[in-house]
Design a protein around this ligand. Structure first.
Ligand SMILES: NC(=O)c1ccc[n+]([C@@H]2O[C@H](COP(=O)([O-])OP(=O)(O)OC[C@H]3O[C@@H](n4cnc5c(N)ncnc54)[C@H](OP(=O)(O)O)[C@@H]3O)[C@@H](O)[C@H]2O)c1
Length: 285
C-alpha cells in the first residue's frame, strides 16, 4: 500500500478497544474516522479524539441505513483500513433467549460489519489495496454455555471475513480477524440478558453451567481481576500488524485466548480421531 498517511475507519470508536485504536492510529500519524451512535456523547467522553484530528461520523451500524452512510464516507475519505469493532454481548441460555434478542444481536455484530464491508469494498477494489479488520473474539471460535447468541454472531461474521479473505486477496485487499480474550474495557457493563428473568436464567437451569455464566457476567460493578487484557497494547498490536504486514488470517490477543484456542484445537482433534473410521467409511464403494 503506497502513500501515507492511510485513512482508517473504525466503528464504535467512543470507548474501549475502538477508542484505544483510534487514538493510537492518530498518534501514529494516520487519518481516522470514528463512528459512534451519539456524537455529542463521544465528544464529551473522548475529547482527545478530535483534538488529535479525528473525525466523528454519527451512525448506528446495527441500523439498515448505515450502509449508505458508510458508502458515502468511504468515497469521500478514500478509506484504506476498515476496522469493524462496534459490538456488544447478549448472554443467556438458549432456551431463555427470545428470537428478537438474537435478531438484535445479529443486527449489530453480524449485519453491522457486513454493511461496512460491502460499503468499503468498491473503494478498496478501485485502488487495488486496503485492509478489512474484524474485531471478533475468542467467542468467534468457542461457544461456551450461556454465550450461544454472542458466539453465533461472532462465528457468523468470522465466516464472512474468512471467505472474503480468499475473494479479495487477488484484488490486493487483505483481511484480518482479531480474536481478543477478556480486555479491560466497559464491554461487560453493556452486556444484555434475557428480559424478565431476575438472575438472567429460568429455574430449570439452576445448578447448571448457565447459572454459573450468568452469575459471573451479571451485576458487575467493576472489571474483575481475571480480566487481564490491556486495550492499549491490543491497539498497538493491531497497528503493528497493519504497518509491518501479516501472513496469517487470525490474530489472537491475550494469554486467555491462546489457552482457549489450544483447548478448542484439542477438542477438534479428539473428535476427528474418534470419528475418522466412521467418516472414511461413508464414501461410495
Ligand atoms: N472487552 C472484551 O473483553 C472483548 C473481548 C473480546 C471481544 N471484544 C470485542 O471488541 C469489540 C469492542 O468492544 P469493547 O471491549 O471495546 O467494548 P465497549 O467499550 O463497550 O465498546 C463497544 C463499542 O461498540 C459500540 N456499541 C456497543 N453496543 C452497541 C449497540 N447495541 N449498537 C451499536 N453499537 C454498539 C459502542 O459505540 P457507540 O456507543 O459509540 O455507538 C462502543 O464504542 C466488540 O466487538 C467486542 O465484541 C471485546
Amino acid at each position: 500500500m503506497a502513500g501515507s498517511p492511510l485513512t482508517w475507519l473504525i466503528t464504535g470508536a467512543s470507548s474501549g478497544l475502538g477508542e484505544s485504536l483510534a487514538l493510537k492510529a492518530l498518534g501514529a500519524g494516520f487519518n481516522v474516522i470514528g463512528t459512534t451512535r451519539d456524537v455529542s456523547k463521544a465528544q464529551t467522553a473522548c475529547p482527545d479524539f478530535e483534538d488529535k484530528g479525528g473525525i466523528w461520523l454519527g451512525l448506528d451500524p446495527g441500523k439498515k441505513d448505515a450502509y449508505e452512510k458508510f458508502a458515502k464516507c468511504c468515497q469521500e475519505h478514500d478509506v484504506d483500513v476498515l476496522v469493524n469493532n462496534a459490538g456488544y454481548a447478549f448472554i443467556g441460555g438458549v432456551e431463555d433467549t427470545s428470537e428478537s434478542d438474537i435478531r438484535d444481536q445479529m443486527e449489530v455484530n453480524f449485519y453491522g460489519p457486513l454493511r461496512t464491508v460491502q460499503a468499503c469494498l468498491p473503494v478498496m477494489r478501485a485502488k487495488g489495496s486496503g485492509h478489512i479488520i474484524l474485531i471478533s473474539s475468542g467467542s468467534g471460535f468457542i461457544a461456551r454455555p450461556g454465550q450461544a447468541t454472542y458466539s453465533a454472531s461472532k462465528f457468523a461474521i468470522e465466516a464472512i471475513h474468512e471467505s472474503l479473505s480468499y475473494e479479495v486477496k487477488p484484488l490486493g485487499v487483505k483481511v484480518l480477524i482479531v480474536e481478543p480474550g477478556a480486555f479491560r474495557t466497559p464491554f461487560s457493563r453493556r452486556i444484555l440478558t434475557p428480559a424478565g428473568l431476575e438472575n438472567g436464567f429460568s429455574d430449570g437451569y439452576k445448578g447448571t453451567p448457565v447459572e454459573q455464566t450468568m452469575t459471573r457476567s451479571l451485576h458487575l460493578t467493576s472489571i474483575p481481576d481475571w480480566v487481564k487484557g490491556d486495550p492499549d497494547k491490543a491497539a498497538q498490536a493491531i497497528i503493528n500488524a497493519t504497518v509491518e504486514g501479516y501472513d496469517y488470517l487470525r490474530l489472537l490477543l491475550g494469554k486467555d485466548c491462546v489457552v482457549a484456542l489450544e483447548s478448542k484445537i484439542s477438542e477438534l482433534q479428539r473428535d476427528l480421531d474418534a470419528t475418522r473410521p466412521i467418516a472414511t467409511a461413508t464414501d461410495v464403494d
